[in-house]
Ligand binder design. Sequence first.
Ligand SMILES: Nc1nc2c(ncn2[C@@H]2O[C@H](COP(=O)(O)OP(=O)(O)OP(=O)(O)O)[C@@H](O)[C@H]2O)c(=O)[nH]1
Length: 424
Amino acid sequence: MPLHSVMLALRLLAPPALFLAAGLGLFFYSNFFEASSLAIARAVIWIFVFIALLLTLAYSHSRAFGLVLGITLAYWVLREQIALPALQAQPIDQPALVYNLLSFLFPLYLVTNSLWPERLHLISDLLLRGLVLGGFFLVGYLALTFLPERLDLFFSPIHLPSLHLAWLRLPQPSSFVFLLSSLLLAFLLIRRPQPFYAAQLACLIGFIAILPYFAIPYLASISVSLLLFIIGAAVIHEAFNMAFKDDLTGLPGRRALNQRLARLGKKYTLVMADVDHFKKFNDTYGHDAGDQVLQVVAHILKGVEGGGQAYRYGGEEFTLVFAGQTAEAAQPYVEQVRQRLADYSIALRGQERPAKKPATKGPDLAQRVKVTMSFGVAEKTPDLLDAEAVIKAADQALYAAKKAGRNCVALAGSKKSARFKAQK
Ligand SMILES: Nc1nc2c(ncn2[C@@H]2O[C@H](COP(=O)(O)OP(=O)(O)OP(=O)(O)O)[C@@H](O)[C@H]2O)c(=O)[nH]1
């Protein structure tokens, strides 16, 4: 049994095993189930936090990760810094100030997290989002510690009586920030109608809506649990929507490619590949036969060695991504798949193929055809600013390969003038 299959099986088994062990541990070694319903409701929220964080990490969704962190911290502040001190009858102005500050900073954090592009390396992206949240927390803490009177002056008065939205039950600066943030998040949702954008808007409105009523037993913990569930569901929904797999070929599709491109480092090579004379092929053998060819092409591209990963770019175009590789290093592997395809004899499943498999092996009824592909290779260089520019350079190299007679690999030159070196 290959070792990597065993490792893969163990890796898949680890999360459910850990989850089960944690659940049973909770049952046997804690008084969790003897606690009051309220204590359970408050404890359950941490299970939601754990699951939501796990999902955002599993799907590399750093924005959703930032959102989960933000909601969790806001809930903690709400419970520990507002609800408990108020219950313990401490001076009421401190919890009131924290409440005002929370209602002001929470929408601002959500907007910052949302506008922050998901571009960097995943780990540094997650760390930076954590740091930004820490920054918000620190600002709040310092303001509370050193400027309590100023804060009170800022939040308590109704600065613009004609514009006061009493029904929001928020201090006026917070109600303005909340409204503007909601409008912005709604605009983002309309511009990019994706589940996560809906979830973050729901989180903003949901959290601010429960704020004035947090003292009602169960309300805060149950609402925040629901919001965390909404984020987790959105992450899963988005992962499905991402069309990671192209239906026809089974390769990851264009959106998966875009996500991959956003996370490439400084050194990588992209290859654009296109089936030669495919229009003519379709016209001669029909669209269904063309589809079969694309499946074979995808299968061969998927087997590319040297760390390359194949994507269906669209139509009869494919992309190979070689992360951490120069064009020179990737080229032999591209050459290898070009040769494999050129040598491959494709058996077309024609309409005349018998519905039932014959009992005895007769002559091969399938029509056999061969196709070739042209490839354009470009690596990331300082003058190609982003992955889009590298794709463009690879496309130009592909064009050169077509011009050089097809069925060949062309390298984009490192100079801007793009010299091409075609190989046959
Ligand atoms: N069967 C099939 N055909 C497709 C699919 N997507 C795109 N095509 C066809 O691919 C062909 C692409 O044609 P062109 O872009 O003109 O390129 P070409 O004919 O291959 O010419 P060269 O690229 O110069 O070799 C068109 O006829 C499209 O209809 C698909 O999913 N299935």
